[in-house]
Design a protein around this ligand. Structure first.
Ligand code: HEM
Length: 331
């Protein structure tokens, strides 16, 4: 019954209004609520419930060691560390057109075979529109119901996000976008001292992309694969340090550009492969899979992300397993 209500909410304003009433009487939003809403009425079995369209990448992170004074993490000590990653677009449709997506993403698992691995999932916006999982859920409902202007009018904290969205010009390549951690984390040094940070992958090329076929749903994927044939794609991993006036628990507020910035090193993407055969597909890019030397901030959205990604991963992993063992007969 509950599921039917969720499924209906994805399709109509009236059903969503009914849902909102029952939702507000039921307490906090759950991971299942999020995934039910994000996957929509037509489940794409075996795919991520968000960021369903993407491809795998791999390469190495050449750490400068500039952050080593703030963190004991191996990945931040000077050296080269392999990574498996994924480039994606937001949404639940695994065949959505690349160029229509409002958000592009870069996810990395650095040192994937080590207990010291670091997972991060970054998006193009530098801030979120709202600061809590409950409001984020209401924002997703507003997107589905085409009531975003009303939602933003009721949430003045969305202004920084709106300013970014109004100034953002999507590029012709995944290689020339800037990807942000958005949420803050702590770096922890060998003495246990904490420093709040955010980070961003900043492109090291401004060569605009040549789209072989701008009408193709895979236009940006094609551009990236052919760009890689000319050589690696590089990003600078820039950390911004919080000062005493920044609130690490609120991802709606940008930190001043005058804050200290340090380059942690270079992300060198060497290879790309289709996601169904690639090493990234089975990875849950949970932002709370952190090595010693990193810790989560108090941002409540970080905890929500960990729970929601796990639920999405559980569903798609089960579907893949059922497909392999029964050909999907018991689904
Ligand atoms: C409450 C807020 C959020 C919710 C409910 C949410 C939900 C999800 C879900 C369900 C997935 C699919 C996970 C999987 O099956 O592996 C996902 C993937 C992803 N999310 Fe979020 N997300 C949230 C906030 C964010 C934020 C703030 C960022 C960026 C900083 C972000 C970046 C990503 C990326 C890059 C992926 C794709 C990772 C991959 O390539 O596998 N998400 N999100």
């Amino acid at each position: 019954m509950r599921y039917l209500l969720f499924a209906a909410a994805a399709g109509s304003v009236v059903a969503a209004a009914v849902y909102a009433v029952s939702f507000s009487g039921r307490g906090p939003v759950s991971a299942q609520d999020f995934v039910n809403l994000q996957q929509g009425a037509q489940v794409q079995a075996g795919f991520r419930r968000a960021h369903a369209k993407g491809f795998c990448i791999s390469g190495e992170f050449q750490s400068s060691g500039a952050l080593a004074q703030y963190s004991s993490a191996q990945v931040l000590q000077s050296g080269s560390y392999p990574f498996v990653g994924r480039i994606s677009i937001a949404g639940n449709n695994p065949s959505a057109p690349d160029l229509k997506a409002p958000v592009r993403s870069l996810a990395l698992t650095i040192l994937p075979d080590s207990p010291q691995q670091w997972r991060t999932a970054m998006n193009t916006p530098p801030v979120l529109a709202v600061a809590t999982p409950e409001k984020f859920y209401q924002q997703l409902l507003a997107i589905q119901n085409s009531t975003v202007p009303e939602f933003f009018a009721a949430h003045p904290e969305a202004q920084n996000f709106i300013n970014w969205r109004n100034s953002y010009q999507p590029s012709q390549s995944f290689a020339t976008e800037r990807y942000h951690s958005i949420n803050a984390f702590y770096l922890v040094d060998t003495q246990g001292q904490q420093q709040a940070v955010r980070w961003a992958a900043v492109p090291l090329t401004n060569e605009t992309g040549q789209l072989a076929d701008a009408e193709a749903t895979d236009a940006l994927q094609q551009e990236f694969f052919s760009r890689l044939q000319q050589g690696p794609v590089r990003f600078d991993l820039q950390f911004t340090l919080a000062t005493a006036s920044d609130n690490p628990a609120d991802a709606t507020i940008p930190w001043p550009e005058t804050n200290p910035q340090l380059s942690a090193g270079t992300i060198v993407i060497e290879q790309a492969s289709l996601q169904d055969t690639g090493a990234c597909n089975a990875i849950n890019f949970d932002p709370l899979v952190l090595p010693a030397g990193f810790a989560p901030s108090d941002d409540p959205i970080l905890r929500a992300r960990a729970a929601v990604y796990a639920e999405s991963h559980r569903r798609r992993a089960r579907e893949v397993l059922m497909q392999q063992t029964t050909g999907g007969a018991n689904e």
